[in-house]
Write a new protein. Structure first.
Length: 399
């Protein structure tokens, strides 16, 4: 018997109930046919239709999850069952053994008070038939009445237990439905959050690589135009070569983004070499003196730490190129503290700015977000006319 759509809970499965019902009826009919007198055969014949009736109406009602719902089909089914059972029980009192198969269905398919009405009808009407039709003596009548009362009491206790099981099963089904719904919602929100984080990551990657590269190309193209107007073909060629190198690096970065690989510079070079290359390119593009120094004993870094440091250095140098007008000197320091982690400092002697009045774009917030994702932090210090310093501290446990 199943109370829910998926049959979850403490109630036995419908297949097990089939076996119980079949065995209870079969035992009753077999008991009536031993010995096979005319009255007993008639009683058995009245009980035989309960099998097809159960298969055609009762079982489908249980299979549709109508347990305890007082459906019309359930009421008609149990009415037909009791109508067939009463004459069989009146003719042969031992037919009452079939109540073991009938009574549980009253509590399974009906709600109170209809389940109690069905129980009293199945137990009490045969008693009336015995007292009226059989005209038993007083002691026998008292014994039969006591037996019916005990049967009713047992049926109510047993039926109440069945109802509790049905309620528990229904509660478990609802709980499982809510759990499935909650898990589906959590999965949806997790997927949406993952997609948002991935979009943010890609936005930072594009800003720190392709966008900066295109900015460099634009500035180099302007420099070539100036050199050509002034007749300095050698300078134009030098800037054209830088444009070629920048375009190739941008192409490598684009391929990396598509392949979701480690940045090309870190595949071929160490972090120190990649930073030196960034400094050399800035020096070629702006004419500023760029120095790169490594402090402490170098050691292998987790890939995430190295990528964050490289992207932070790219952003800081890109800001020098775009905003630090008149910068003559740029100092880049890569520090390896004894306690672990990494320290990156990029300082210039450009025009500086007032941090309190600065409205950040995407670069500096992206740098801070990258550092925070690896357990570190990024700070920007600047004073108008005294240059700018960018410091990034990354934790040793960054992964």
């Amino acid at each position: 018997m199943r109370t829910g759509r998926d049959g979850t809970g403490l109630v036995p499965t419908l297949r097990r109930w089939d076996w119980y019902y079949g065995l209870a009826l079969a035992a009753t009919i077999a008991y009536l046919l031993c010995p096979p007198t005319t009255t007993r055969v008639v009683s058995a014949a009245l009980l035989v239709p309960l099998v097809p009736l159960y298969l055609l109406v009762g079982r489908p009602a249980m299979a549709r999850g109508e347990a305890g719902h007082d459906s019309t089909a359930a009421r008609l089914y149990l009415t037909a069952v009791i109508v067939l059972f009463i004459p069989a029980a009146v003719a042969t009192p031992t037919s009452s053994v079939a109540l073991f198969a009938i009574i549980p269905q009253c509590f399974i398919l009906l709600q109170k008070p209809w389940s109690l009405v069905a129980v009293f009808a199945a137990n009490g009407l045969p008693l009336i038939g015995w007292l009226v039709l059989l005209q038993v003596d007083a002691p026998t009548a008292v014994g039969l009445s006591a037996m019916v009362v005990l049967d009713c009491a047992f049926s109510i206790v047993f039926g109440t237990w069945i109802e509790k099981i049905i309620e528990q099963s229904e509660a478990q089904r609802r709980l499982l439905d809510e759990l499935r719904s909650s898990r589906a919602e959590v999965a949806r929100l997790s997927a949406a959050q993952g997609a948002l984080k991935e979009r943010e990551r890609l936005a930072r990657e594009i800003h720190d690589t392709l966008a900066q590269g295109f900015t460099s190309l634009l500035m180099l193209a302007q420099a070539v135009d100036v050199e050509l107007e002034s007749g300095n073909t050698a300078g134009a060629r030098r800037h054209a070569k830088l444009m070629d190198a920048t375009a190739r690096e941008n192409l490598a970065e684009a391929r990396d983004l598509v392949a979701a690989m480690t940045p090309a510079r870190l595949e071929e070079d160490s972090l120190e070499e990649a930073v030196r290359r960034l400094g050399a390119r800035l020096a070629d593009e702006t004419g500023a003196e760029v120095s790169v120094a490594v402090e402490g004993a170098t050691r292998p870094l987790p890939p995430v730490t190295a990528v964050v440091a490289l992207r932070a250095c790219q952003e800081a140098l890109a800001n020098v190129r775009k905003h630090a007008a008149g910068a003559r000197s740029v100092r880049v320091r890569l520090g390896y503290p004894e306690h672990g982690g990494l320290r990156l400092v990029v300082a210039d002697d450009g025009c500086g700015f007032d941090p309190s009045a600065y409205r950040p774009g995407y670069g500096l917030p992206g740098m801070r977000a990258r550092a925070a994702e690896t357990g570190g932090r990024a700070e920007v210090r600047s004073v108008p006319g005294e240059g700018t310093t960018v410091e990034v501290l990354l934790e040793a446990a960054s992964r």
